[in-house]
Structures are given as C-alpha cells and as structure tokens.
Write a protein that binds this ligand. Sequence first.
Ligand SMILES: [Zn+2]
Length: 432
Amino acid sequence: MLLCLISLDLVADCPAPRTSLPAPAAATLSDDDATWAPGELTAAPWPEPGPAEDWMDVVTGDPEIPHARRLLQIYTLPVGAGNCQLMLCPNQNRMIMFDCGALPFDKVGWNKADVSAFIANLINPNTSISVSISHTHYDHNSYLPDVLANRRISTIVMSDTPQNYPANVRNWMRNAYNQGTRVLWKSGIYRSQAPEPPLSCYKPEPTGGWSIDVQGYVVMMNAGANPNDASMVIAQRYGRFQTVFTGDMTGETEQRIDNNLPVPLNQTTVITGAHHGSDSHDSNNPSWAIANQAEAVMFSAGGLFWHPRCAAAQTYRPYLLQFPRAHNFQCGRDHHWARGPTRLAAYSTNINGAIRVRADANGRWDIGARLNALDDLNAIALESLKRADLMPGPDTLYGDSQVPNTATPDIDPAPETNCGDPPPEDKAHRPH
Ligand SMILES: [Zn+2]
C-alpha cells in the first residue's frame, strides 16, 4: 500500500448568519403493522484491541463534567466498514442509537461484544433506548440484535419498510415489537414538522412533567429508490449546538433536503460525513458542504473502499475549525491512502478510533477521538456509580405519545465554543 503524506490546512471562511429555530408543532411518524419473517442471528469474531491514546483536543480528567454540566454526548464507534453512532441525552435518561452494523469481512475495529460493553457502561437501568436505522444495508444494522440483546427498546424508527431489512434484523424488530417496542417507518419521502418524540431528549420540569431539551428531527428519508438514496437523515439540536446524522446519504438525498426545514441546515456544528466519506453517487458534494457549513466532520469507515475519500473530506474543509494541536487523518485517493497530520476538525474511525462529541446547553462543545476507547470503560464504570440518583426515562413514566411537546428552544446569549480554542481571529469571525 502506498502511503502519501498530506497536510490539510484551514481555509477560514465565515458561515452565513444563523437564523432562528422553527417553532415546535405536532409530531408525526406512521405507526403501522408489518408482516414479519423469521430470521437468524449471525456471529462475528473478536478483533484485537489497538494501542490506546488520549482523547485528542479534549480536556480530560474531570469525571464530574457530564453530571454537573448536563452534557449531550455523541459517540461514533470504530466498527470497521459500517456505521454505529449513539447519543446520550443530557439528563442521561435516554440513549438514541443511529445505526449499528458493519461488514463481516472488514474487522478493523470493535465487534458486537465491544459495542455492547461500551453501551453497558454508558447507560443505567432506567435509561430509555430509542433506535433509528438510516437504511436497509447490513453495515448499518447488523449489530443491533446483539448489542441491544436483553434490553427493552422504547422505539425503533427506520426508513423504508421492515420487510426490506436483513432477516436477522427483521426478526429482532419483530421480537421487540411483540414485547411492546414501537416500530415506526415511512415508505415515502418524509421530513419532520416538529421534534420527533422518540428522537428527542427530555428534561423534567420543576412543576412536573417533561419538556424537550434536545430536539430530534427527521430532515429527509426515502428520497430515492435505492437503499442509500433512502437513508434517513436526522438533525439534533441542543441550544445552539446542532449535529446531523447522514447514514449513506447520496446526492439524491442531499438535493431533496430543504436547507431551512425542519432545521436551518447552515447552523450545523458537527456533521457525520455521508456514506463513510464516499464520493460516488454525488455523496458529500460541494454544494452539500456549503449548505450545512459544519465546523467538524466525523467519518465512520473501515479498511475497504478507501473511505473516506480525500475528495469527500475536502468538501467540508472551508468551514472546519482548526485546533492548535494536530492529529493524524487518513483518506483515500486513487486507490491509495493519504495520511498525515491535520489541525482541522476532521476525524475518521479507521485511523482515529472512537470519536466523541460533547455539547452543553450554552453552545459549548468539544470533539476528540481515541484509538481504543474501550480502555475508558473502567473510568466510565466508576462514573456510572455516581448516577444512582438519576430519574427514569420519560417514556417509562408517560409513554412517548403522551409526553408534552411544548418545549421552547434553549438558546442562551453570548455562548463560546469549547472546541479546541481556535485562533482568536478565526473565533471572532464565527457567529456562534
Ligand atoms: Zn454504509
């Protein structure tokens, strides 16, 4: 394998002025029955863990931070050629998964047991679990039956219809449905008009009841006929922080996304690079980067297909923040790897490991990666001992459909980012 050295420098462009959030309204997703077919579970071998290194660009060593500051936590896990992302709500009472699967012949990262161990140490027994599946391809859902085995799942949301999913995933969804899990899908184009309760986070109100503090929206789904085109794209807003999960979105999907509905796309803070960083089928095209203006990009990729492609990664470059400290980044060009230090906020699981993003309600956020975050499990387990006083998940008390949906966006004035202290001149130009 030829290894080329590259250096990706920041080209500082100013994002367009940011606009206000859309007003919440009624939430809608279909809740139909389906015809289920039996399937089989599959097993995968265990990979050896790699060497560990600290989370990059992140202030570490303060285990009280998540508890005290009500941080939204997002993890992109290194499962090889696939996608497995999850989000822990600020009150830690709900975990939302965004895909979890990998191709069985590209084990360059965590296997199902690793993901399962990570989840076990991240959540507590009262944590409600919602699952979203971007599309029907195996590398986005094959791990779900195993990594969530024996856990009660509140809701599963997917694009397309259950019949088109792999047999083991259909079987898992059927069993979950029979045990009370809500299984939701749309077979046609859909975008949210308001926060979707299963995809949002809830905080308790002092006067009783719950309100949404992280608003989850379906930005687009089923934009085209083939599975990648059908990918469900989800945006999450926490105050001024916004992240977008893209699945294997192609240009077909990108073109059908309204830049203003249901969320103003150009307010995106952290984006998942679409389709593992592919540049085929117009994924990650330049007009998409202009539309979302993300300040950080994370790719979920294995050793196959030279993902992320350098051409795809470069489209995000004009808007990416720059850190004082460099980390390695790898991308594919002409069927070779290009690898080298970069100070840009771009990460890929196949060279950086697990990617972590944290955000608070004031718009502060950080991003970092760790080659073997499983080494963190002991620290996370210790932290979980501090969560004994956590409240139960909202739907264990009320059920999703009865949770009041009247939250107003939690936007505080004059926030500052906490994402690696970009140079002052760059920071001053960014309208956070
Ligand atoms: Zn994929």
